[in-house]
Design a protein around this ligand. Structure first.
Ligand SMILES: NC(=O)c1ccc[n+]([C@@H]2O[C@H](COP(=O)([O-])OP(=O)(O)OC[C@H]3O[C@@H](n4cnc5c(N)ncnc54)[C@H](OP(=O)(O)O)[C@@H]3O)[C@@H](O)[C@H]2O)c1
Length: 399
C-alpha cells in the first residue's frame, strides 16, 4: 500500500529552482520518501498539454506523505518552488477502498486549526473492537474544545481524529467479540482520547456499543448517545431521592434529557435557559426560570450544563445533603461542603451497557432537536457552527 506524490513542473527561474532542488531531496529522504522519477521531461501523446517536467515520489502510505507535505520544514521550502516555477501536485495511492479509511484529523491544537482529511490503511481490528461504518456522526461542544486546546492537559496523541459519538453499521468485529455482528445498526460513544468518529470507519471497544432500537431513526440515535449518558450519570451522583432539582442549560441536549429523566423519577424540575427556549423546556415538564430570577426553593440536585454565572443560583439554593454537578466548569467544593452538600465537576464515562438501558426506555427521553445535517467534508464549518452559532439542537455529519 503505497502513496505517490506526483507533480508536473514548468521551471521559470532556473537559479531559484536550483536552490529549492538542493534542499528538497534531503527532506524527502528524511520523511521516508523515495524518488521514482526526478524532474524528467514529459512528452505528451494525447490530450491537453502538461507541464514540461515530471516528478514522482513514493511514500509508505498517505499519512507519511502528508507528514512530509504538511511539515514545517517543507512549509519553509514551498514558497521557493512557487516563486520559481508553475507546478501541479497530486496524491495517488495504491490502496483499494475497502482497505483504507478517510479520517478528519488535527496535527496540533489551536482555534485556527483546520481538520484535514487523511486517507490511511485500516489497521488490524482489535480483539475486543467493533468496526463501524458511520451513517451519522454527532458534533459536540467538546470536539471544538479539544481542537482549541482546552483539554490539552489530557494525553492526546497527534494526529488525532476528532468525534466522540455516532451511529452506523457494523462492518467487522474482533475475534473476542460475541455480542455484535456485521450488519447490525449500532450506536456508540467513544472516550475523548480515543475519538475517531469524524471518519468513514471507526473502531470502538465493543463494551461501548449498543444496538439501536429498531423503531429509532439514525438521527435520533446519533443525537442521544453522549447527552443521555451524561444526564443519567450526573443524576446518579446524588445519593438518595431527588424531590426538587434545578437544571441550568435545560434547553440543550444534556439539559433537556436531564429534565425528562428527573421528571420520570418524580422530581420537581426548575429550568434555567434563555427566554426563547422557555416554551420548549415548559413542554418537557419543567418550570422555566429566567436566568436572573432567584428560586425560592432548596434543591436536592443541581445540574449545570451551561457554564457561566447561572451556577450561582445552584449554590445559593442547594439543600443540606444536596448535590451540585457541573459538566462545564470547575466547582467550589468548599462552598458546598460548608452547607453539608457536595459539588462535583463531572466528565461522562462511555458505557455501552448503560446506553442499551437508556435506549430501552427511550420513549421517556425528549425527541432530540436536529439543527443541521451536513456532509462530513464540512466538519470545519460544523465545528464553527457549534462554537458560535447558538444552534437549537444537534449538528450531525453524514459521511
Ligand atoms: N463534562 C462532560 O462529560 C460533558 C458531557 C456532555 C456535555 N458537556 C458540556 O455541557 C454543555 C452542554 O452540552 P450540550 O451537548 O447540551 O450542548 P447544546 O445542546 O449545544 O446546548 C447548549 C445550551 O447552552 C445554551 N447556550 C448558552 N450560551 C451558548 C452559546 N454561546 N452557544 C450555544 N449555546 C449556548 C443554549 O441554551 P439557551 O440558548 O437556552 O441558553 C443551548 O441550548 C457543553 O458545554 C458541553 O461541552 C460536558
Amino acid at each position: 500500500m503505497a502513496a505517490y506524490l506526483i507533480g508536473t513542473i514548468d521551471i521559470e527561474d532556473n537559479e531559484a529552482y536550483g536552490l529549492y532542488r538542493s534542499f528538497n531531496p534531503a527532506l524527502v529522504e528524511a520523511a521516508g520518501g523515495k524518488y521514482i522519477i526526478k524532474g524528467k521531461p514529459v512528452t505528451v501523446l494525447e490530450g491537453e498539454d502538461l507541464r514540461s517536467r515530471f516528478v514522482m515520489i513514493e511514500f509508505a502510505n498517505e499519512a507519511a506523505l502528508r507528514r512530509f507535505y504538511d511539515s514545517p520544514e517543507y512549509a519553509e521550502l514551498k514558497p521557493l518552488r512557487h516563486a520559481s516555477s508553475k507546478s501541479s501536485l497530486a496524491i495517488v495511492t495504491t490502496d483499494d477502498e475497502a482497505s483504507v479509511r478517510t479520517s478528519f484529523q488535527i496535527h496540533a491544537f489551536g482555534e485556527a486549526v483546520e481538520l484535514t482529511a487523511v486517507t490511511s490503511t485500516l489497521p488490524e481490528i482489535g480483539q475486543d473492537e467493533v468496526r463501524i461504518q458511520p451513517t451519522l456522526i454527532a458534533v459536540n461542544p467538546v470536539d471544538w474544545k479539544i481542537r482549541d486546546g482546552n483539554l490539552a492537559a489530557l494525553p492526546f496523541e497527534f494526529p488525532h481524529t476528532l468525534g466522540c459519538e455516532g451511529v452506523g453499521v457494523v462492518e467487522a468485529v474482533g475475534a473476542g467479540v460475541t455480542n455484535f455482528q456485521p450488519g447490525q445498526r449500532v450506536m456508540a460513544h467513544s472516550s475523548l482520547l480515543q475519538g475517531g468518529w469524524f471518519a468513514d470507519r471507526v473502531d470502538v471497544p465493543a463494551q461501548l456499543c449498543a444496538i439501536v432500537p429498531q423503531q429509532m431513526s439514525d438521527e435520533h440515535a446519533a443525537a442521544l448517545n453522549v447527552a443521555s449518558q451524561t444526564a443519567a450519570q450526573t443524576i446518579g451522583l446524588h445519593k438518595g431521592k431527588i424531590r426538587r432539582s434545578l437544571v441550568i442549560g435545560a434547553s440543550g441536549a444534556v439539559g433537556s434529557i436531564a429534565v425528562a429523566l428527573l421528571n420520570k423519577a418524580g422530581a420537581r424540575v426548575d429550568a434555567i435557559c434563555s427566554i426563547s427556549n422557555s416554551a420548549y423546556v415548559t413542554n418537557l415538564g419543567a418550570n422555566f426560570l429566567p436566568p436572573e430570577q432567584a428560586a425560592e426553593v432548596e434543591y436536592d440536585f443541581v445540574l449545570d450544563a451551561a457554564g457561566g454565572p447561572a451556577i450561582e443560583a445552584g449554590y445559593r439554593n442547594l439543600a443540606k445533603g444536596g448535590t451540585l454537578v457541573s459538566v462545564v466548569q470547575p466547582v467550589d467544593e468548599a462552598r458546598a461542603a460548608a452547607n453539608s452538600a457536595v459539588a462535583i465537576r463531572y466528565s461522562v464515562k462511555p458505557n455501552g451497557k448503560q446506553l442499551s438501558e437508556l435506549m430501552a426506555e427511550h420513549e421517556v427521553l425528549p425527541e432530540p432537536r436536529i439543527a443541521a445535517i451536513l456532509p462530513l467534508q464540512q466538519v470545519n464549518a460544523a465545528l464553527h457552527l457549534s462554537k458560535t452559532g447558538r444552534v437549537r439542537g444537534k449538528i450531525l455529519l453524514k459521511p
